[in-house]
Design a protein around this ligand. Structure first.
Ligand code: PLP
Length: 356
């Protein structure tokens, strides 16, 4: 047997989560967001389980081409458009829907030699100040784009910075309404948080990412605990060493953890080079032999330590869930000062992945 760490992907949970999205936004079409190698799950492994989606949204041309080569014939939305004009022949060849967020992109598209027009998402900056055109430019741009032969279907796109907060979309929604006044345009506005919590944003196409993978857009599992969403990725390993600490003995680099009394601990094959957060504090939840316990000491590159006090029957070879169905990735992330998005998308290439 090789090193016991592995990730397992529950493709039923993925299908189920898409179904939850459909139920939340029944009148909208769904762009399943699979950027960043499907949030670390592996685009090639998971796209087929999302095969009933209306389209895939991502941002690497290589990932778009992979979907086409695997036989996906539906729409593909390039969330940031083309990064350089020399990508346009590939957008043309693979029939990719492009976002446009900057002047140079409009010019490049207008001047490109295409076999057929490309569908366009006009990206408006609704207050996040990341990508997009200022609201007051939307009307003019819309007319300009309408007149460009290379532009096919046009949709207005925006993105929310605070959709995980109550009231977090009201200002941006006002800006969007104002910018699009009188335009009979299709719209795509909603990320996961808006899909779950702000139905007024659903419009024609929603763009959920994180909830497809069963983690919370707010970073807090309790915010989606009642939604029916199910975690897709489990990071599992085993105990490969046991230590019995005497009172005052320390564990791991920096001797951060010190035993208060005699204490049995387990050493797990799993560390930050597998994608487990190095900043996890003592007590970060972990499941050993089906029993919840916590980590002790600083996470190493290849190992971490867990308290075996609640599970005295555990020993070498005991199964460990670092995150998954029982230990929510959101809980590990929030203990470590980050979000589930970062942990799942940073699953290390050395971790073998199985799909179930
Ligand atoms: C990543 C992304 C999404 C999906 O965001 P989630 O919070 O994962 O749902 C939607 N739209 C755009 C433009 C994105 O970049």
């Amino acid at each position: 047997m090789s090193r016991p760490v592995m990730a397992s992907l529950n493709l039923d949970a993925l299908r189920h989560n898409l179904h939850i999205v459909r139920r939340a936004a029944p009148a909208s079409r769904v762009w399943s967001v699979v950027k960043a190698n499907a949030y670390g799950h592996g685009l090639d492994r998971v796209w087929n389980a999302l095969g009933t989606t209306d389209g895939f949204a991502l941002l690497n041309i290589e990932e778009a081409i992979l979907l086409r080569e695997r036989g996906w014939k539906g729409p593909i939305l390039m969330l940031e458009g083309f990064f350089h004009a020399d990508e346009l022949p590939l957008f043309d060849q693979y029939r990719l829907t492009t976002s446009l967020h900057s002047n140079w992109q409009v010019k490049a598209l207008a001047n490109a030699k295409l076999a057929a027009p490309l569908d366009v998402y006009l990206k408006m900056n609704s207050g996040m100040n990341r990508l997009g055109f200022a609201p007051e430019r939307v009307q003019t741009l819309w007319q300009q784009l309408r007149a460009i032969p290379n532009v096919g279907d046009l949709t207005l796109m925006a993105h929310f910075a605070d959709a995980d907060k109550p009231g977090g979309v009201s200002e941006p929604m006002q800006r969007i309404e104002q910018a699009a006044e009188g335009l009979a345009c299709r719209r795509s506005l909603a990320n996961s948080a808006a899909t779950l919590w702000h139905p007024e944003t659903h419009c024609d196409w929603v763009r959920p990412g994180i909830i497809l993978y069963g983690a919370s857009p707010s970073g807090q599992w309790q915010d989606i605990a009642a939604s029916g969403l199910r975690p897709v990725m489990s990071l599992k390993s085993q105990i490969i060493g046991i230590q019995t600490l005497q009172r005052g003995a320390c564990v791991g680099y920096g001797s951060r953890y010190r035993a208060q009394g005699e204490q049995r601990i387990g050493i797990v094959a799993g560390g930050y080079a597998d994608g487990y957060p190095r900043h996890a504090p003592d007590g970060t939840p972990v499941l050993v032999e089906g029993v919840r316990t916590g980590t002790v000491g600083t996470v190493s590159m290849d190992m971490l330590a867990v308290d075996l006090t609640p599970c005295p029957e555990a020993g070498i070879g005991s199964p460990v869930e670092l995150w998954g169905e029982e230990i929510k990735i959101d809980d590990v992330a929030s203990a470590s000062g980050t979000v589930g998005y970062e942990l799942m998308s940073a699953l290390a290439p050395r971790v073998p992945v199985v799909t179930v």
